[in-house]
Structures are given as C-alpha cells and as structure tokens.
Design a binder for this molecule. Structure first.
Ligand code: DSN
Length: 418
C-alpha cells in the first residue's frame, strides 16, 4: 500500500495543503496553549489506521458486531495501561472527549436535578462544571465554589461551608485555569463530611499525575475523568478511571448511555500514549514541564507582568495583562502575529467580558515536549513582553516572529515532517 499522505495528496490536495501548512505552523511558531501538546509520531501512526473502519459497540468480548476479536486487544491494552498508569481499579477508554467523559460520569452517578458543586468558569473551572449554557447546568443544580479574593488560591474553607449548606450529591474538583496544586484529600474530607461523591476532572493535569509531578486524585476520588491530549500527550480524546464499585455504572453510562461506536483508532492511540507515559522518561518530562512553567512565570514577573496567585505549581499560569494596558483579546491577536500561540483567559474577578478578558493563560507542556528548558522560557518571556509593549507595531511583530522561528528551528517538534 502507498504512503497514506501520498494518497491524500492525490485525492485531496486542498486538505493535504492544510495539513502541510499546519505542520509548518506547529514547527515554526511557539505553542503556549496550556491544553495542547505534540503527540508522538507513534500515537499519530496508531490513529491513522484501518482501525477507523471497525464498528465495536460494547466492550471487549461483549460486542454487538462480529469481527472484533483483533480490535478487542487494543481496548484491553488501553484499559490495562490506564489502570497501571493511574493505579486505578477500572478504566473506560471510550469517551470521545473530556466533556463526554464528564457527562458519562454525571449520568452514571447522578439523577437529573441533583445538586452538584463545581468551580465556575470565571474561577478556573470548566464549561461542564455547571456553566449556564452547558448541559451540566441545564440538567443538574450546580452550586459554585472558588478562589479566595486576596490570595487567588482555592478557598477550601468556603468550599466546605458551601457543601454543608447545599448538601451536594457530588463535588467536582478540577480546573482548566488554576495554576496551583489541588488538595484532593481536602476535597475528600469535605465530601465524606456531607455524604457526597467526589469526582475529579483531571483533564489538564493528567500527565503531571502520571509523571508524578502532581499528587494523584485516584486514592481520594470515586471517579476521575481526564483528557488524553493535554499534559498526557496522547490523541485528542477522553477517558475515565474509577473505583471498582462504579465500574459497571460508568461503562453502561458511556455505552449504551451516551455514545455509539467507540473510535477504535483513537483508543489504540490512547494505548500507545499510556505506554509512553509509563516510561521512566515521562517522569522527567512531567517534572520539566513544571520547572519550565515556574521559570516562565518568574521571567514574566521580571518583565513587569502580574502572575495570578503569584506563580504556578503546575503546567500553567494566568498572566494579568493590566500592568501592560492591553486586554487578553488584543494580546492573543498581537502574539499570533508574532509567532506565539496563546489563549486569552479571564483572571479572577475580571472586569472584562469573557471574549475580551484581562489575561492570558500560558502552559509549558508543548514547549517542553519540543525540548525547551528554563533558558528558553526566559527568552520566550522577553519576546512576549516585547510584543505586548507595542501590540500594534508591525515591525516588532515581524522581528519577534523571526526570533520565534529561530528558537523553534532549534526545538522543532516534528523535524521528520518538514
Ligand atoms: N478547551 C480546554 C482547555 O483549553 O482547557 C478545556 O476544554
């Protein structure tokens, strides 16, 4: 059989061109979006295979269609490796995304109308933690908890008080924009006190947990959901690990409760990513992500930015742009022009609307995969500051874009794909 990319060139040159241009973008500009990473070629190879052709509703050895005796091995490997990686009783590797993993966990353990506590988006949570436009708020009675206004750290005492008042059936811990260690043991203590289940959405920090760079929620939580494509560096998808007592309910909730045929090519790619994360080198990687985040936060502080909560313990930081007099929207666009990819993000008590914001969220998982270390973080902070001191200056954008490309030429994520 010919090379699949060559086949693509012949069949659809327009899409082949999009892929070529995106390879170029990822190889030549600096990626600082905290929820992104660069998967290995092995992960991508597993994903682009004939496994995409197979219908496999059900679970290994309990499928609805024939011909699954080969593909079952991929899902078994993925489940076993996920359990080993996280020290979990049970894994479901079929969720197509983090949002569907969360939905499956809610449907498995809650009834519509139940009270659930979660962190609102503006405090660093996720849409599926009770944001008004999301299914989670439409189907369940979400009550928010959040940060201490002064320290910008999670206010565990206020969270406990809210739990005593609202008596939730479930507490959801986890965030998309919280730069500090989350104390899962403290959440468990509160959950036990009020008789609630504890679900942890570990989407952002799954790779740090796997690599020993963040305490694990697994010993404390009833259910842990995560995505496989952020710090964990696998394919774009979700997964769930849980205690044995919830295994059947979780499995039933994912299929037939929520999804149809699993994406077996993606599940195979998850198995590859879990295998990679089980290697000793992944522990070094996770530790370096955190060191790089800390170095970037320090260097940005030295450039005059304010870092929310004064720093970071994980892979991400929230940068308060107000000292530079620019909004998140302006900053994101100016940095895009200068070859630095970021996302605007609200900061705690942000006076700006969510589509404008006063902040940027930056993460170091991708640049760490590319091989960058602390010296490069200092260089990147200087480039960001240079752009945001003159966000409308086209000449500055051009010079920084050249500097970013020079840096990336020493740390190219996909030299094989050039
Ligand atoms: N979009 C993800 C993030 O960037 O954190 C959350 O779903």
């Amino acid at each position: 059989m010919s090379d699949p990319l060559e086949a693509l060139e012949a069949t659809d040159p327009e899409i082949a061109d999009v892929i070529r241009r995106e390879i170029e973008r990822q190889n030549t500009t600096i990626q600082l979006i905290a929820s992104e990473n660069f998967t290995s070629l092995a992960v991508m190879a597993a994903q682009g295979t004939v496994l995409t052709n197979k219908y496999s509703e059900g679970y290994p050895a309990k499928r609805y269609y024939g011909g699954n005796f080969v593909i079952d091995d991929a899902e078994e490997l993925a489940r076993d490796r996920a359990c080993e990686l996280f020290g979990a009783d049970h894994a479901n590797v079929q969720p197509h995304s983090g949002a569907t993993a969360n939905m499956a966990a809610y449907f498995a353990l809650l009834d519509p109308g139940d009270t659930v506590m979660g962190m609102p988006l503006d405090q660093g949570g996720h849409l599926t933690h009770g944001a008004p436009p999301n299914f989670s708020a439409k189907l369940f009675n979400f009550v928010g908890y959040g940060l201490d206004n002064t320290t910008e750290l999670l206010d565990y005492e206020a969270m406990a008080r809210t739990a005593r008042e609202c008596k939730p059936k479930m507490i959801v811990a986890g965030a998309t924009a919280y730069p500090r260690i989350i104390d899962f043991e403290a959440f468990r203590t509160v959950a036990d006190e009020v008789g609630a289940l504890l679900m942890v959405d570990a989407a952002h920090i799954a790779g740090l947990i796997a690599g020993g760079a963040h305490p694990s929620p697994v010993p404390h939580a009833d259910v842990v959901t995560f995505t496989t494509h952020k710090t964990l560096r696998g394919p774009r998808a979700g997964a769930i690990v849980c205690r044995e007592q919830y295994a059947a309910a979780i499995d039933k909730s994912v299929f037939p409760g929520l999804q149809g045929g699993p994406l077996m090519h993606v599940i195979a790619a998850k198995a590859v990513a879990f295998k990679e994360a089980l290697l000793p080198s992944f522990r070094d990687y996770a530790a370096q992500i955190v060191r790089n985040a800390s170095a970037l936060a320090d260097a940005l502080t030295a450039e005059g930015f304010r870092i929310v909560s004064g720093g970071t313990d994980n892979h991400l930081m929230l940068v308060d742009l107000r000292p530079f007099g620019v909004t998140g929207k302006v900053a994101q666009e100016a940095l895009d022009q200068a070859g630095i990819t970021t996302n605007k993000n609200t900061i705690p008590n942000d006076p700006e609307k969510p589509f404008v914001t006063s902040g940027l969220r930056l993460g170091t998982a991708s640049v760490t995969t590319a091989g960058m270390g602390e010296p490069e973080m200092v260089e990147i902070a200087a480039l960001i500051a240079r752009v945001l001191r003159a966000p409308a200056d086209v000449a500055v954008a051009r010079e920084v874009k050249d500097a970013a490309a020079r840096l990336c030429s020493k740390f190219t994520p996909y030299p094989e794909l050039v």
